[in-house]
Design a protein around this ligand. Sequence first.
Ligand SMILES: C[S@@+](CC[C@H](N)C(=O)[O-])C[C@H]1O[C@@H](n2cnc3c(N)ncnc32)[C@H](O)[C@@H]1O
Length: 271
Amino acid sequence: MASKQDKYIHGYSEKEANRLNDQADSLAQVLHHDSIWEAGSIVLEAGCGVGSQTKTIVLQNPECQFISIDISQDSLIQAKQLVESLGINNVKFQQADIFDLPFEDESFDHIFLCFVLEHLAYPLSALDALKRKLKPKGTITLIEGDHGSTYFHPDSELARRAILCQVELQRRNGGDANVGRKLYPILQNAGFQEITVSPRQVYVDDSNPDWVEGFTKNTFTAMIEGIKEEAITSQLMNRDDIEKGIQDLNRTAEGGGTFCYTFFKGKGIKN
Ligand SMILES: C[S@@+](CC[C@H](N)C(=O)[O-])C[C@H]1O[C@@H](n2cnc3c(N)ncnc32)[C@H](O)[C@@H]1O
């Protein structure tokens, strides 16, 4: 079956790989302090990308075996290099499409996805396909952002419009940049039980320079900068306005500026 992923908005450039790594490093504690599975588990990580989350979850669960898949062979090569450089040996990488998984049904104890559903036109079909590969009583864990949760100081209409360009372009690619708030109904509709969803808020001010660099600048603002040319070509904003909007986002990373964003982590059990 052909992949239902038409076009991946962030692309696969070196700059984007660096952005994913910055994002993961600054968020590791917020997102993963509870990414723990029982020893001996076999865990499928779907959409591992360049391994930014892989390294954290695999190191945190040394007695689990991981299979991390992605549709992009180039990303998998980088992921493999990353874990090899860290001496990690409890993960295997494999190229695979979530919608056409090359595994026996009921072969995984747990499944984990981070920042993947937001790019899929059919998130429910993805969860159906993944659920078939889970053992009964196995769990699925989803982590997603929600751009509607973004607010900052100093406020700026042009910055908010620049963010909406990202939301719109992702929607045109079949994705949903505001999917975080929908994790509960998506898990419900996919038939998972005992669903829990927890918001993970990130709040950044200049008392924490690592977060200013790692999150406000190198994760969020870098993402908006990444769609600048496409937003202009698509006539969603003119060049002057979007450049001013991005400048205003960067301003939130300077003296007295603040930045807030909420991620959502959802979990469900297969009956
Ligand atoms: C935003 S990246 C997230 C990567 C990683 N999980 C992280 O948090 O850094 C989304 C990844 O999902 C992958 N992906 C998208 N559609 C897929 C599909 N149908 N099957 C497998 N991987 C897919 C993309 O290739 C990309 O590497």
